[in-house]
Each structure stands twice: as C-alpha cells, then as structure tokens.
Design a protein around this ligand. Structure first.
Ligand SMILES: Cc1cc2nc3c(=O)[nH]c(=O)nc-3n(C[C@H](O)[C@H](O)[C@H](O)COP(=O)(O)OP(=O)(O)OC[C@H]3O[C@@H](n4cnc5c(N)ncnc54)[C@H](O)[C@@H]3O)c2cc1C
Length: 399
C-alpha cells in the first residue's frame, strides 16, 4: 500500500540503522510493524520481560508514522456526545479518559527514555461556522459533566484569548505534541539496549497461525517462529482481516518556513482544530514553524491523492491565513498520506478469532498515537494473562 508522498517535515533524515533479517528466529512474540504502534508495543513487552522481535517491511518509521503531524489529543475524531450514540455513555466516556491518560503515559515514557521532542499543550476546538455552535455547546456540557477540564469560550473570548475569529470554542487543558517518527526511533533504540531485536526492510510474505505457534516467512525465505504475533501493521492490516474495519481516506499537511518572530504566534501556543468535516488543525514546531493539516479526500488512490497536493497546499495556506491574516505564513514542506477511520472513531485492539495467537494494535483515526499507547498497554497485559476490562471497548466484535 502507498502510505504517503511529498516531503513530511518530520522525516528529516535517518536517525538510526537497523539490519535486514538474514537468519531464522524463534522468540516469544513477533511484532510486525516498526512504526509508533510497534515501537510502543515493544516498549511494554520488554518492560515486562517478554522476549520479542520487531520486523518491518520498510525502513523503520517510514510508514504512516513519518507522515504524522503528531498532535496528541484525548479528543477522538468522533465527539463524545456522538460516540455515546455508538457505544453507550460508559464506553464512550472511558475511551476519552483512556486517551487523556495515554497523553500522560506517553509523557512519562518519553521522560524515562530521555526523548526531548515532546511538549504538553492546551487544545482549542472551535466552531467552524455559527451552525456548529449548538453542537459544540452540547459537547462542552457532556465533557464537563464527565470531569474533563474544559471551558467554553464565546466569540469575544476566543478573539481576546487566542486572536482568531470563531463563533465559539472549547478550550481543553490536556493535550501535547511530539514527533512520532523520532519518538519511534527513540523507543526502539532504548529497548534494543534491553534486548529487543529490530529488523527492517524485511517484508513478511506468509503468516501461518496454528493452535500453539505462529510461523512467518520473509520475502527472502527466512522464518520467524513465536508463541504470539502482534500486528502493528497500520492501514495495511486490511490485507489480513476479512472484515471491513476501516474506510481509507487521503489527508494533507503543510509546514511553513521558519518564522522570524518568536513564539507564541498565538496565545499559549495551543493546538487548534475545528468542527468542520474534514477538520482543519494547526500546531507549531520546536523550530518555529507552523503545521496545518486537513482537507481530507474520501478516497484511497495514491495517484489521485498526489495530483491534488499542490492544490491542497494552497488551500491549507489560505485556511490558515483566513484565521491569522497577520502571520507571515509561507509553506515550505507539503505532504499527503493515507488515513483510515473506523465507523465509531475507535481503534481495533486485541484478538481476531480467525487468526489464533494474534493480537492487533490498530490505532486508526486522527488520534492514532494515543490509541497506539492504549493498544500496547492492553496487549502487554493480555500477554501476561491479566484481564483488562477496557479491552472489550476496542474489540473487533463491537461492530
Ligand atoms: C498526514 C497524517 C497526519 C497524522 N497526524 C496525526 C496526529 O496529529 N496525531 C495522531 O495521533 N495521529 C496522526 N496520524 C495518524 C498516525 O500517524 C498513525 O495512526 C500512526 O502513525 C500509525 O502508526 P503505526 O505504527 O500503527 O503504522 P505505521 O507507521 O504505518 O507502521 C506500520 C508498519 O507496518 C509495516 N508492515 C505492514 N505490513 C507488513 C508486512 N507484511 N511485513 C513487514 N512489515 C509490514 C509497514 O511497513 C509499516 O512501517 C496522522 C496520519 C497522517 C497520514
């Protein structure tokens, strides 16, 4: 599958090398996929003394992870008041809380592994039009009712506080931003020192699930045998699951040239996104750039997707300048990626009964990274024989 094209700002050179697999391997757990999901799964397994191996078809990190704009939000693509209609109040609220806790856990992990590209932020979710205000207010009330630290800003307050014109907004205390590509390498490098083996440029071409083991064969005929396998294969998991679990889309992002004025460009340098469908989102970078993303298209077709990149770059720049006409924004990098969303906006995590001895870590949607953390924690728990009552929320059986 063609996962991305253009030049993602974050992919600023290779930061570490990993070997190809050139021999047979036997271990406890094989993780297919060395993106942020596979790297976090490996972190939790190694932490719990479960021997494991990560194997990836691409160079490490160069799947969707390299395209990620790496906003970390507890706010799932499906607003809480709508998620309740899909999965009920208890599971919807729990999903939001798990994402909120995932941001804190990612922060703890990055401190432990001494990864510095991580900043906690506030997040502003604004109504894109006047007709979105009523829904935004409902969303605010329901989040507040369930204990989330949010405040509702009316039009005047949005302008006074942030300097942008919007009819209303929810300001959330909890959010963060990182660099998923560098975070992935940091996690893998940290765990290699603790015994993790990582192989890249090693496509798995055959997987046999039996009652006791799983046997994988690589493109060059090497075999990997394990008691369990974790599929951290991102959107390419559609190749392994015979159920329609996600809708593939195309999404776009741009990064500006480095601005000469110092940050913050707007109050508190907060993350910004809106109620439009597809939504627009904005963040800054450590080196004084602005990233703008959105303008999604409802298809998976790399050719059509890539042809639109120039047009989308112009549109996203215009979207930004409409909000902040006084900021000197010139796009320098633009890229596009495949993006997958599920019917309810939640990820798929856990077992799939047609493939014994397997676990899936599928953090789909705009919150892919926080979902990856939740998946890693749940799966590590299952491997240690611990019951996790939250696992059912994300199971394949729910839809
Ligand atoms: C433009 C864009 C912006 C985004 N912004 C955000 C954001 O701001 N915040 C957020 O949380 N999420 C965001 N996401 C989503 C996020 O990037 C993804 O959820 C996340 O990177 C997925 O990581 P992953 O490890 O699951 O998948 P990937 O990074 O795609 O890794 C999966 C790996 O599996 C490997 N693989 C697959 N099949 C095989 C096989 N047969 N053999 C060997 N290896 C195999 C692939 O080579 C690949 O490297 C964004 C996505 C895009 C495209």
């Amino acid at each position: 599958m063609d996962l991305k094209s253009g030049l993602p700002f974050f992919k600023s050179g290779l930061v570490a090398d990993y070997p190809k697999l050139e021999h047979d391997i036997k271990t406890d757990v094989i993780i297919i996929g060395g993106g942020i999901s596979g790297a976090l799964a490996a972190y939790y397994l190694i932490k719990n003394n479960i021997p494991c191996v990560v194997v990836d078809a691409r160079t490490i990190g160069l799947g969707s992870t390299a395209a990620s704009t790496s906003l970390l939000q507890y706010e799932i693509d499906t607003p809480l008041h709508k998620l309740i209609n899909f999965v009920g109040t208890k599971n919807a609220v729990k999903s939001y809380w798990l994402c909120a806790q995932a941001i804190d856990k990612l922060n703890q992990i990055r401190k432990e592994i001494k990864f510095t590209n991580f900043e906690t932020k506030q997040s502003l979710y604004y109504a894109a039009t006047k007709k979105d205000v009523a829904e935004l207010e409902t969303e605010y009330r329901i989040r507040k009712q369930h204990g989330f630290k949010v405040s509702l800003l009316k039009e005047d307050a949005v302008f006074k506080k942030i300097g942008l014109h919007a009819p209303a907004a929810i300001l959330s205390a909890k959010a963060a931003q990182t660099d998923a590509y560098l975070f992935t390498h940091s996690l893998l490098q940290y765990n290699i020192k603790k015994g993790l083996m990582v192989f890249d440029r090693t496509p798995i071409t055959d997987i046999r699930h039996s009652t006791k083991t799983v046997k994988l064969t690589t493109e060059n005929g090497k075999t990997l045998q394990a008691k369990k396998i974790i599929y951290a294969t991102g959107y390419e998991t559609v190749n392994y699951i015979d159920k329609k679990i996600l809708k593939l889309q195309s999404t776009y992002a741009i990064a500006s040239e480095i601005l000469s004025t110092p940050k913050p460009f707007w109050k508190n340098d907060m993350l910004i996104w809106n109620t439009a469908n597809p939504y627009l989102y904005i963040r800054t970078t450590e080196d004084n750039r602005i990233i703008v993303g959105g303008r999604d298209e409802n298809f998976y077709s790399p050719g059509r997707r890539d042809k639109l990149l120039k047009k989308k770059t112009k549109q996203l720049s215009k979207d930004f300048l409409k909000l902040f006409p006084d900021i000197n924004f010139t796009p320098e990098f633009s890229w596009t990626g495949t993006f997958g969303s599920t019917k309810d906006g939640l990820p798929f995590i856990g077992t799939y009964n047609k493939l014994p001895n397997s676990y899936f870590a599928l953090g789909f949607g705009g919150n892919g990274i926080t979902f990856s953390l939740i998946a890693a924690e749940i799966i590590a728990g299952c491997l240690m024989g611990k019951k996790n009552k939250d696992a059912a929320i994300f199971s394949f059986d729910r839809l």
